[in-house]
Design a protein around this ligand. Structure first.
Ligand code: NAD
Ligand code: DAU
Length: 351
């Protein structure tokens, strides 16, 4: 038995592969293009482990994916591979269309060909699990109820529009061809191995470097934060027990404004790595120009996943953030590996 994971050298995919192999001996074939966001150092502990096969490939390469499917005969494919950063999608949307839309289309087509030729029992057991985002639902007003699975699609950024397009393809491949798909919509993740272009790791590293902590606009935008390992456990649950063709929201019941998140990070750093001058990291906070089209609030109603599949997050925001800060303080080799040339170029362009 084996499963395919795409994007398994990225933040969530990498955590997923590590968690999977910590709990199971089932082979993982990890397919990742290794863009700027992919990092094999995340998977260093799996070196020499024959339960993990890494393949550098583009999900948009139909022939390559089809050949890998024929060779390894997986029982499932979990699609994490994507361009994932909203700010980058504003500067250059083309890659987002190519990977998130064309890439997902190619995966679906390759899987459809493979799946349709499987013997009946394996055909029935096969799953294509598509990892999507809460951003496809758009932005909520302050007092609106949280997103349910039935919320209409209102994507606002090139990133979320490309993810919405991929979700529609996944849905259509089920309705038209019967491909056994599952889709998850998760809120903002945080935790180890998070690329420091995203708010939480960016703030930790810039605080330690004595740099300005950039808050877009007024900092009152709200996100629902989930510890990455809880997202991984939700995906495993949906993969094993989810109803084919259905979608599941995943969230932490944990809405915070960006300013609250940054204040909490500063307070944790004040405790764990106090500044040499004894002052608070909060003094480094700076309000900067807002993100164009910035979504004001996301909130996920994950009650379906709890009610039907019995999943709830294990970490609180306090415990998850504490572990995250500690992880960044103790994993300097990983950080040095990702904060190289192209990362510096991005910071210079964006801030
Ligand atoms: P990430 O940017 O950290 O990792 C993406 C990975 O995909 C990288 O390893 C990259 O090399 C790989 N990749 C990119 N293009 C590829 C291609 N064409 N072919 C093969 N591999 C390719 O992203 P992440 O934060 O780990 O997000 C993973 C998935 O989860 C994405 O689909 C994202 O939309 C979704 N998601 C993320 C969050 C979040 O908070 N980070 C929340 C909800 C959903
Ligand atoms: O909601 C799920 C989504 O969460 C995922 O689909 C995306 O892949 C993931 O990147 C994330 O998107 P966000 O845009 O919410 O994450 P980001 O970390 O970029 O920003 C979080 C909030 O912080 C957002 O409101 C923008 C703000 N921000 C971000 C950065 C990088 C700042 O105020 N300053 C910053 O420098």
């Amino acid at each position: 038995m084996c499963v395919f994971v795409t994007g398994g050298a990225g933040f969530i995919g990498g955590n997923f592969v590590l968690d999977w192999l910590a709990q199971s001996d089932e082979l993982v074939v990890n397919i990742d293009k290794l863009t700027y966001a992919g990092n094999l150092q995340t998977l260093a502990s799996l070196q020499g482990d024959d339960r993990h096969v890494f393949v550098q490939a583009d999900i948009a390469d139909f022939e390559r994916i089809a050949e890998l499917l024929r060779t390894h005969q997986p029982r499932a494919l979990i699609n994490f591979a994507a361009e994932s950063h909203v700010d980058r999608s504003i500067h250059g949307p083309g890659e987002f269309i190519q990977t998130n839309v064309v890439g997902t289309f190619n995966l679906l087509e390759a899987c459809r060909g493979y799946w349709s030729e499987l013997p009946a029992a394996q055909r029935a057991g096969f799953r294509f699990l598509h990892v999507s985002t809460d951003e496809v639902y758009g932005s909520l007003t302050a007092d609106a109820p949280a997103f349910t699975e039935g919320h209409r699609y209102e994507p606002n950024s090139p990133y979320s529009a490309s993810k919405a397009a991929s979700d529609h393809l996944v849905r259509a491949w089920h309705h038209t061809y019967g491909l056994p798909v599952l889709t998850t919509h998760c809120s903002n993740n945080y935790g180890p191995y998070h690329f420091p272009e995203k708010l939480i790791p960016l703030v930790i590293l810039r605080a330690l470097a004595g740099e300005a902590l950039p808050i877009y606009g007024d900092g009152q935008q709200v996100r629902d934060w989930l510890y990455v390992k809880d997202h991984c456990s939700a995906i495993r649950r949906v993969l094993e027990q989810g109803q084919v063709g259905e979608t599941y929201n995943v969230g932490g019941w944990n809405e915070k404004s960006n300013l609250e998140v940054v204040h909490t990070l500063c307070d944790l750093l004040d405790e764990q790595r106090p500044r040499a001058d004894g002052r608070s990291y909060r003094e480094q906070i700076r309000f900067v120009q807002d993100r164009p089209g910035h979504d004001r609030r996301y909130a996920i109603d994950a009650s379906r996943l709890e009610r039907e599949l019995g999943w709830r997050p294990q970490e609180t925001f306090a415990s998850g953030l504490q572990q995250t800060v500690t992880w960044y303080l103790h994993n300097t080799a990983w950080i040095e590996g990702v904060t190289s040339g192209s990362y510096r170029q991005w910071l210079a362009q964006q801030y």
